[in-house]
Write a protein that binds this ligand. Structure first.
Ligand code: HDE
Length: 729
């Protein structure tokens, strides 16, 4: 029997472009004739076959019928959740072997480059909805390893709304548009969602995250990813440890303001999709470090929470995140449908060395992901679609079904067999065969939840307490907005009761915005997580006083702010612009990795003070402040006069100020800033270029101005511009 002893070591190392480019189905029509699906060359693709040039079309026209029939069936059902998404190819490399904790081959060899495909998504909206909805973002990674595909199907938030998979259809029905009128699209700000949440205290921690700016990423490239559940690593001695997975973006974690998000949804609903595409297209490849938190098995019960409870995270102060490898996204898909739409992720796609825990949310997901593809991708052969195929050969006795691609040779499709010399044979663990972790289980069959899952508020409070003052204010505003959209007062009041269990000030601020009072003695939330027969007194919610008061990693205020790479800067200019300072500032920003767009009253060329032709990238009609990270107004008497007279330009600056962005102006252009609503904030003496106040830079030395402006843009936002609030930091 000739069997490869060690598949992992003998497989050819693939590169990420081989995943789809070498698939036989790749279709490049360059230089080719147009044909029907049977290969017949088409002579006329403009006119159907008719009885006379004004006569009826003929049924005989097989070319017309084939074309229209295919078109009629172009759509497949969108994903029931995470319908809206964007994907990219890339590679992953581990820094050093993790063989002490896992035998996963792709995590053991630092010379190995593993191809990946990543799909980012929102959860609630339909396929055509806006990227900027307030929502969780999906962060799903498929590693094409030499031991088969491993899928890390995570989110940009480390916890989840519910503890048990059986509640997932309820959660999704509550958040999706209401069933009578299909309103609202891609939004949680409506009655059914908050009705459900207000009686589901286990969602408290997740609600804090979703109401925070984490739910409004500036870019997919600037958000963290989390595996959420506790998984299990197993090494080649069979020793297991618990592991939480993290993705840390090298550009830092940044978000936009809620007002900005709503505006972006109108100006460019593809904002995140475009941002990811453009970054990869321009060679600014997005990067994340893979992080792991490892908990030895014997420490399972050392925490105040249960490691199997997906509404809890392990604070980084208790178990540090070790950065163990890097993922780089370096290639855009060739075809959205073939790759991004047809990719099928599943938690059950694992490799030896990675295993599951008994987290009841994880366990339910292990069923759902393959099941849902049967409807979405139309049958059991979806693994044969090029984007889903592993890079290693597939051999088993599964046969037939809709759209089967494989042509299996031989007579046998059963095991054991002797007619086919017993092939394909099972692999020993030493040959790469997957053996589930030998966990001892001694239990009764029972429908219940462990009491260790019943502290719902400690980590919600830890998250809130860890936020900076502006972040806390944004949470108050988000809750005030969402509950303000709720029609039923009883739901608002129940939510105030729930919020008061997390933080009294938070509840008071939201109550004030809603014109309500926080219930004095809020009812203990009724425990809906128990069976109809259970005695609720046995399941009183518990609250731990967390030993940790705050956790720095939970606040985006602590993210690195030292780069302006790929930040988009708007220059507002018109005829007569001072090209010297414009070019100096532009060159400095470009050399720091930023992108500069010249925005002018109309498209075409503007003529500078020195008769230089400068191409306008956008006009005030096509551009919008919310699509940029910062704005600069260069000098030049005529340009400044035109910009000052342009209502859209003043609006552009006002919005940039409102959204706390860096703003720079040449001293000659001060009159433009004086026409804005923030003119009172401008200092009287602006002879030298410095970051004056709250991210506004003014000066006549273009080099100095560019330096200060660069530092200000790297700060991302100057939230302190917003009105001060009562909430203590
Ligand atoms: Fe999913 N989820 N989910 N989910 N999920 C799907 O699978 C499900 C959960 C996540 O870009 C579906 O192929 C259940 C947590 C991502 O293609 C479906 C439960 C986390 C994506 C499904 C959860 C996720 C999905 C729909 C509760 C973060 C998009 C289409 C037990 C760790 C993947 C599909 C992509 C997609 C079920 C909860 C992440 C229906 C039953 C927790 C990133 O199978």
């Amino acid at each position: 029997m000739a069997i490869k002893k060690d598949l992992a070591k003998t497989a050819e190392q693939p590169t990420n472009d081989k995943i789809t480019e070498l698939a036989p189905e790749v279709n490049d029509a360059t230089g080719q004739f147009m044909t029907t699906n049977t290969g017949l060359r088409i002579n006329d693709d403009q006119n159907s076959l008719k009885a006379g040039d004004r006569g009826p079309s003929l049924l005989e026209d097989f070319i017309l019928r084939e074309k229209i029939t295919h078109f009629d069936h172009e759509r497949i059902p969108e994903r029931v959740v995470h319908a809206r998404g964007s994907g990219a190819h890339g590679v992953f490399k581990v820094y050093e072997s993790l063989s002490d904790v896992t035998k996963a081959h792709f995590l053991n060899d630092s010379s190995l480059e593993t191809p990946v495909f990543v799909r980012f998504s929102t959860v609630a909206g339909s396929r055509g909805s806006s990227d900027l909805a307030r929502d969780v973002r999906g962060f799903a990674v498929k590693f094409y390893t030499q031991e088969g595909n491993f899928d890390l199907v995570g989110n940009n938030i480390p916890v989840f709304f519910i503890q048990d998979a059986i509640k997932f259809p309820d959660l999704v029905h509550a958040v999706k548009p209401e069933p009578d009128n299909e309103i609202p699209q891609a939004a949680s700000a409506h009655d059914t969602f908050w009705d459900f949440i207000s009686i589901l205290p286990e969602s408290a921690h997740m609600i804090m995250w979703v109401m925070s700016d984490r739910a409004l990423p500036r870019s997919y490239r600037m958000m963290e990813g989390f595996g959420v559940h506790t998984f299990r690593f197993v090494n080649d001695q069979g020793v297991a440890s618990f592991v939480k997975f993290h993705w840390k973006p090298l550009l830092g974690v940044h978000s936009v303001a809620w007002d900005e998000a709503q505006n972006i949804s109108g100006k460019d609903p593809d904002f995140h999709r475009r941002d990811l595409w453009d970054a990869i297209d321009s060679g600014a490849f997005p990067e994340w470090e893979l992080g792991v938190q490892i908990v030895p098995e014997e420490n399972e019960f050392n925490f105040e929470f249960d490691l199997l409870d997906s509404t809890k995270l392990i604070p980084e102060e208790l178990v540090p995140v070790q950065r163990v490898g890097k993922m780089t996204l370096n290639r855009n898909p060739d075809n959205f449908f073939a790759e991004t739409e047809q990719v099928a992720f599943h938690l059950g796609h694992v490799v030896p060395g990675i295993d599951f825990t008994n987290d009841p949310l994880l366990q339910g997901r292990l069923f759902s992901y393959t099941d849902t593809q049967l409807t979405r991708l139309g049958g059991p052969n979806f693994q044969e679609i090029p984007i889903n195929r592993p890079i290693v050969p597939v051999h088993n006795n599964q046969r037939d079904g809709h759209m089967r691609q494989a042509i299996n040779r031989g007579k046998t499709s059963y095991n054991p067999n002797l007619i086919g010399d017993a092939f394909p044979v099972q692999a020993k663990t030493s040959e790469g065969g997957y053996a589930s972790y030998n966990e001892r289980i001694d239990a009764r069959k029972i429908r219940a939840r462990s009491k260790s899952f019943f502290d719902h508020f400690s980590q919600a409070r830890l998250f809130f307490n860890s936020q900076s003052e502006p972040e806390k204010n944004h949470i108050v505003d988000a809750l005030s907005f969402e509950l303000g959209k709720v029609q039923k007062i009883a739901i608002r009041e129940r939510m105030l009761g729930l919020l008061s269990m997390i933080d009294k000030n938070l509840a008071a601020e939201v109550a004030f915005a809603l014109g309500l009072h926080v219930p004095q003695n809020p009812e203990q939330p009724v425990n809906h997580s128990i069976s109809a027969d259970a005695n609720s007194a046995d399941y009183e919610p518990v609250q731990f006083e967390s030993s940790l008061k705050s956790s720095a990693a939970l606040s985006m205020a602590n993210t690195p702010k030292d780069s302006i790479v790929t930040r988009k800067i708007a220059f507002l200019a018109a005829d007569g612009v001072d090209d010297k300072s414009l070019n100096t500032v532009k060159a400095a920003l470009l050399s720091a990795g930023a992108i500069v767009d010249i925005i002018a009253p109309r498209l075409g060329y503007i003529i500078s003070e020195n008769d230089e032709q400068i191409l306008a990238d956008q006009s005030f009609l096509t551009a919008a402040s919310v699509l940029y990270d910062a704005v600069y107004v260069p000098g030049g008497t005529n340009s400044v006069a035109s910009i000052e007279a342009e209502a859209d330009a003043i609006h552009f600056l006002n919005e940039a100020f409102k959204h706390c962005k860096a703003i720079a102006a040449d001293s000659q252009a001060i009159q433009v800033l004086e026409a804005t609503y923030f003119s009172k904030k401008l200092p009287s003496d602006f002879s030298d270029s410095t970051v004056l106040r709250e991210g506004i830079v003014i000066g006549d030395d273009a080099n100095k101005l560019a330096d200060q402006f660069t530092m200000a843009i790297a700060q991302h936002r100057f939230w302190e511009r917003e009105k001060p609030r009562k909430i203590p930091a």
